[in-house]
Structure formats: structure tokens, C-alpha cells
Design a protein around this ligand. Structure first.
Ligand code: PEP
Ligand code: MG
Length: 324
């Protein structure tokens, strides 16, 4: 089976009725990058910068970060590399920056930490900008935004970093800027966010966790955690419809995008790109090559009328099995 998938490597991700689907990869380590390039990833949809921070015993310097980011962008150039600013807190702790809280997933996480520590944020942005010199494939993405003022504040800091570097004689250019939709509150303000940024990307892992009030890592409630819950699907559809009304592209980078059932639904909803772990790329591509997008849209209409996450998931899985 694995060998059969290998034959897909150089084939385009296109459905039987000629609809191209953009597949991107989620990275953290350089090994993810190498593994995904020869599997046809059309860019990095999510580079988790915290992975590099976790492997150190102190915050990496601007020069160290520049080097790490440069290698990601260089390897993928000219394809886009979406770098997410530091997303620590929740389940991701840095040994040298402990955060002790009773409710870490509802606490000091992601952009909340870096807006409280603009010096950490600015060093990271400067490093990304310097790393992109001459490549111009950088996209910067903000995690865990929950209000417009947080987005405005973060954008302001990015403009400041660009301006300061230019003042220092380093000819950096403004990258594409985007944010994650992963806090339910942002779903209802999709239009306002979409009009302020160049792109949106849905973090379905956290969006599912927060919409359903189910800890994404707690085995005791794992059966309740499903991105196929009708409430999650309605939110996902609302986001893409609303972002497109404003003319802003929207991708998705949660685990759901790497599951064939999820990938097919999301593409049918109109998501502009699907970003997944490198291990999922070939399988997802092979599924798209064997279906028609019109069929996927009919399937989407059908499952949006269903009310149970398990029934929804098995309906899609069965339909895919029959189709392949
Ligand atoms: C997500 O929340 O879906 C996501 C992609 O980010 P992370 O898993 O790193 O929180
Ligand atoms: Mg997340």
C-alpha cells in the first residue's frame, strides 16, 4: 500500500473533474520539510516556530532564529512558507519559561504571551524578516487571536519591525500577514478579521476543543472530541463563506485536513488550501485523484443535514470507500 502511494509522488493533486486542490505541509523540524518536498507539498501552511524554541535551554537569539527560519524558507522557495509566531502556553511549555496555571488552555497562550512580551515578539519578527531577504516567500501568521484589538496590536508591532529594519539599512519587504481562526469568538467576526489581513487559516484542533469544551489531549473525553461535530462543520463552512465574501483566502491547518474524510469535506466547502503533516500528503492526494469535486459537494450537502458526529464521519468514510 505504501509503495502504491509512492507512485503518486509526482502526480498533481487534481480531481477527476479537473479541480486542483492545493496541499501544503505543517512543519516544525527540518525533517518534516525534506519529507514533504518530494511528496508535492505546494508550500508550508503552518511552521510551528515553538518547536525550535523547545529544543533550546533559553530563548534563541535573533541571529539563531534567523538561521533556523532561513533554512525553512530557502528549501521551499519560491513556494510560500507560513511562519506562525510563538504559540506557547496551553500544552506547550518552554522549560526556561514556565507558565503555571490551573486552566492553561484558557490562560496565557499564544499571542497573549507575546503581546505581553513585545521584546520576544519583535525579535522573532525581525528574525523572520531578515531570513526572508531575497526570497520573499514569507507569510507571518498569528495564533490564538481572540479580539480585533489583539490583531491590530500585533500588526502594529510587525509594521514597526519592518520599519526599524529598513531604518537600519536592511531592505526587508512587507510579508503577507494572516491569523489563525481557532477561538470560537473569532468565527463570528470573520468578516472583520478577513478585511484586515491577507489570509486566514483555521486551526481546527483548537477550534474543535473550544467549540465543544473538550480538552484536545484528555483521553477521558476523547470520544467527545470530534471535528465532525455538526457545530464544528457549520463553523468551518461559515468561516470560508464569509472570508470569501470579503475576498480573503482561507486555509486550514488542523489535523482534520490530513484525514481523507476531512480533506474532502473542506475542499468541497471551498477551502483554498489544506495543510497537513507530511505523512498524510500522499494519501490525501490519492483520494482526490479518485473522486469528482461535484460528488464531494453533494456529500457535503448530505452530511450537513446530519446531526451526529459519528454518523457523519462514517457516512463520509463509507462513501469514500465506495468511491475508491
Ligand atoms: C490548531 O489549533 O488546529 C493548530 C493547527 O495549531 P496547534 O495544533 O499547533 O495548536
Ligand atoms: Mg492551535
Amino acid at each position: 500500500f505504501a509503495e502504491e502511494l509512492e507512485t503518486q509522488k509526482d502526480l498533481p493533486c487534481i480531481t477527476l473533474d479537473g479541480q486542483a486542490v492545493v496541499l501544503q505541509v505543517n512543519t516544525g523540524l527540518l525533517t518534516d520539510v525534506y519529507r514533504s518536498l518530494d511528496r508535492g507539498a505546494e508550500g508550508v501552511g503552518l511552521y510551528r516556530t515553538e518547536v525550535a524554541f523547545m529544543m533550546k535551554d533559553r530563548f534563541p537569539t535573533e541571529a539563531e532564529q534567523t538561521e533556523i527560519y532561513r533554512s525553512q524558507m530557502e528549501i521551499f522557495s519560491p513556494r510560500p512558507v507560513t511562519m506562525r509566531t510563538l504559540d506557547i502556553g496551553g500544552d506547550k511549555a518552554l522549560p526556561y519559561f514556565p507558565i503555571e496555571e490551573e486552566n492553561p488552555f484558557l490562560g496565557w497562550r499564544g499571542i497573549r504571551v507575546t503581546l505581553d512580551h513585545p521584546e520576544i515578539f519583535l525579535v522573532q519578527i525581525r528574525a523572520m524578516l531578515r531570513a526572508s531577504l531575497g526570497l520573499d516567500n514569507l507569510r507571518i501568521m498569528l495564533p490564538m487571536i481572540s479580539s480585533i484589538s489583539e490583531l491590530d496590536e500585533a500588526l502594529h508591532l510587525i509594521y514597526r519591525a519592518v520599519f526599524e529594519l529598513q531604518e537600519e539599512g536592511i531592505p526587508v519587504s512587507m510579508p503577507e500577514l494572516g491569523m489563525m481562526i481557532e477561538v470560537p469568538a473569532t468565527v463570528y467576526q470573520t468578516a472583520a478579521y478577513a478585511s484586515r489581513v491577507d489570509f486566514l487559516s483555521v486551526g481546527s484542533n483548537d477550534l474543535t476543543q473550544y467549540l465543544l469544551a473538550v480538552d484536545r489531549n484528555n483521553p477521558r473525553v476523547a470520544a467527545l472530541y470530534s471535528s465532525y461535530h455538526p457545530a464544528v462543520l457549520q463553523a468551518l463552512k461559515y468561516i470560508v463563506d464569509t472570508a470569501h465574501e470579503v475576498g480573503t483566502p482561507v486555509s486550514i491547518c488542523g489535523e482534520m485536513a490530513g484525514d481523507p474524510a476531512g480533506a474532502v469535506l473542506l475542499a468541497a466547502m471551498g477551502y483554498d488550501s489544506l495543510s497537513m503533516n507530511s505523512a498524510s500528503l500522499l494519501q490525501v492526494k490519492s483520494v482526490f485523484r479518485e473522486i469528482e469535486m461535484s460528488w464531494a459537494r453533494d456529500l457535503l450537502d448530505e452530511v450537513l443535514r446530519l446531526e451526529d458526529p459519528m454518523v457523519i464521519k462514517s457516512t463520509i468514510d463509507l462513501a469514500l470507500r465506495d468511491a475508491n
